[in-house]
Ligand binder design. Structure first.
Ligand SMILES: Cc1ncc(COP(=O)(O)O)c(C=O)c1O
Ligand SMILES: [Zn+2]
Length: 436
C-alpha cells in the first residue's frame, strides 16, 4: 500500500498552510489586493522513486498518485479506481473539443539539431515536442488540474455555487488563453479572457470560435505597475469569478499539472544515460516551476535547470542576482519586494509568449536552480531569432518563436562557452505550435 504524502499547500512567502482537502484553495489565505506577494506550493510531494506508473498513455492517469489532485480527491472519499475514471471522463470531454486528449508527447535525441549544434555522438540535444499536445502547447497540462479540481468540487457538493456557476477568468495573450478556452468549452463552463490590445488576430479568432468572452485591456492612467490584463483579471476575480490561469500566485493548482511534463521527460529519458541540463523558457514561470518540481520529486541527480528569458524582458535573472546579494537564492520568498518587481521597459521579443513583465512563480524556479546547480540564461534577441530559424529549418517541428526560446538559451550558453557541452545530454521543450 502506498500512502499519500501530499498533505497540504504552504505559502512560500508567509508560511501559511492550507490542508490539501480544502476545496478551492487557489491562493494563500493571507494574500489580498494590497499584498499579492504570496504563492502556495504543494508540501511533501511523494517520491517518484519506487513509484509504479499506471499503464496508460495519459500522463494524468500514468502519474495519478503523484498528483496533489489525487490526494485531494482521495481525502473526499473516492477510491483509486473512481479517481482514475474521473480523469478519463474529463479527458474524453477535452478530446471532444480539442480533437485529442492528453497523451504522452514525444521526447527524443534530435540527430540533425545535435549535429548542427556541434554535439558529439555520446551526447546530444533532446527535444520534447509539445506542439501536438491539447490546444497546441504545454499550457493545457497546467489547466487540466485546475479543471479536475473545479469539476470534482462541484460534483461532490464542495463548492458554494450550486447551479449558478461563476465565470472562469484568465489573463493571457496566447497559448494559455486558447488552452483555457478549450478546457472550459469541454465542460460548457463560461470563460472570460483578458487580452492586450496587441493580441494576435489568429488567437482572437480561435478564442471566439471556442466561445470565450473577450475583454481587450488598455493601460489606464491610474494603473499601478504591472500587466493591465492581469490587473483587470484580478479585479474581476475579486468580484467572484474563478481564476483559471497559469500563474501559481492566482491559482496554485496550475502547478500540479505542470509537473507532469517533467515526470514524463524523466521517464522517457533512458536510465542508462545522464541528462546534464534542461533549458526552459520562462514567462510567468509556472512551466519551469513544474519541471523543477519534477526533478525534485523524481530525486534526479546531476541535471541542472536553466531558466531562459530574453534580453527584452528578464525579471527572473534580475531576481536571481538580487537574491544572491540579499541572502541566497534558496527560499528567497520572504524577500519578494527586494528581488522581483515588474520589468520597467515595455517588454519586446520575437518570443512574445514569454514577455510577462513579472515572473510570478520565481521562488520555486530559484529554488530548483539552486538545488540542481543551474542558473538563469538571458538570450540576446539575435539568439531568439537564430533558434527559431534553426528549429523551423532543421527540426521538422512547426514550433513558434516562444516554443523554441529554450533552444535560444542553449545557444547563448554555448556562445558564452560556459562548459564542455559537446558530450552532454541537454534537453529543451518545443512548447508551442506556430499558429498561422
Ligand atoms: C509556448 C509557450 N512556452 C512557454 C511559455 C512559458 O510558460 P510560463 O508562462 O509558465 O513561464 C509560454 C507562456 O505563455 C508559452 O506560451
Ligand atoms: Zn502567504
Amino acid at each position: 500500500m502506498k500512502t499519500q504524502v501530499i498533505d497540504s499547500l504552504q505559502c512560500a512567502v508567509c508560511g501559511a498552510r492550507v490542508p490539501v482537502d480544502q476545496p478551492l484553495s487557489w491562493r494563500c489565505p493571507q494574500a489580498n489586493s494590497d499584498d499579492r506577494h504570496h504563492v502556495l506550493h504543494f508540501v511533501g510531494a511523494p517520491s517518484a522513486n519506487n513509484f509504479q506508473p499506471v499503464e496508460s498513455e495519459n500522463p494524468f492517469v500514468r502519474f495519478q498518485e503523484l498528483l496533489a489532485w489525487d490526494a485531494f480527491a482521495a481525502q473526499h472519499g473516492t477510491s483509486f479506481g473512481e479517481r482514475r475514471e474521473f480523469i478519463e471522463r474529463l479527458d474524453v470531454q477535452v478530446a471532444g473539443v480539442a480533437g485529442v486528449g492528453f497523451r504522452r508527447t514525444p521526447f527524443a535525441r534530435h540527430a540533425e539539431l545535435s549535429r548542427v549544434l556541434g554535439f558529439e555522438g555520446t551526447g546530444g540535444l533532446w527535444v520534447k515536442d509539445e506542439t501536438h499536445n491539447v490546444a497546441g502547447s504545454q499550457k493545457a497540462r497546467h489547466l487540466f488540474t485546475e479543471l479536475l479540481h473545479l469539476v470534482f468540487a462541484e460534483e461532490k457538493g464542495l463548492a458554494p455555487w450550486g447551479a449558478n456557476r461563476p465565470e472562469l477568468a484568465i489573463a493571457s495573450c496566447g497559448n494559455a488563453a486558447i488552452a483555457a478556452a478549450t478546457l472550459a468549452a469541454s465542460v460548457q463552463w463560461p470563460l472570460r479572457v483578458f487580452v492586450p490590445e496587441s493580441v494576435d488576430a489568429v488567437v482572437l479568432e480561435t478564442l471566439r470560435s471556442l466561445g470565450a468572452h473577450i475583454e481587450v485591456c488598455m493601460r489606464q492612467p491610474t494603473d499601478p505597475a504591472g500587466d493591465p490584463c492581469v490587473l483587470r483579471f484580478q479585479e474581476y476575480v475579486s468580484r467572484g469569478s474563478l481564476p483559471f490561469g497559469v500563474q501559481g500566485t492566482e491559482n496554485a493548482w496550475c502547478l500540479d499539472g505542470g509537473r507532469m511534463i517533467g515526470l514524463e521527460m524523466l521517464e522517457q529519458f533512458p536510465n542508462t544515460q545522464q541528462l546534464q541540463r534542461i533549458f526552459v523558457q520562462v514567462g510567468g514561470g509556472a512551466f519551469a516551476s513544474g519541471i523543477g518540481d519534477a526533478l525534485r520529486i523524481a530525486e534526479v541527480q546531476g541535471t541542472h535547470l536553466h531558466a531562459v528569458q530574453t534580453q527584452g524582458c528578464s525579471p527572473l535573472a534580475r531576481a536571481w542576482s538580487r537574491a544572491e546579494q540579499t541572502g541566497g537564492t534558496l527560499n528567497a520568498g520572504a524577500r519578494w519586494s527586494e528581488c522581483m518587481w515588474p520589468w520597467e521597459e515595455v517588454p519586446t521579443s520575437l518570443a512574445d509568449g514569454i514577455l510577462d513583465d513579472e515572473t510570478y512563480d520565481w521562488i520555486s524556479i530559484c529554488d530548483a536552480m539552486t538545488r540542481t546547480g543551474g542558473f538563469p540564461v538571458v538570450a540576446p534577441e539575435s539568439d531568439v531569432v537564430a533558434a527559431y530559424e534553426l528549429a523551423q529549418k532543421s527540426s521538422g517541428i512547426n514550433v513558434s518563436p516562444t516554443g523554441s526560446a529554450g533552444l535560444a538559451g542553449l545557444m547563448t550558453y554555448i556562445a558564452q562557452n560556459k562548459g564542455n557541452y559537446e558530450q552532454e545530454n541537454i534537453a529543451v521543450v518545443f512548447s508551442g505550435v506556430l499558429r498561422s
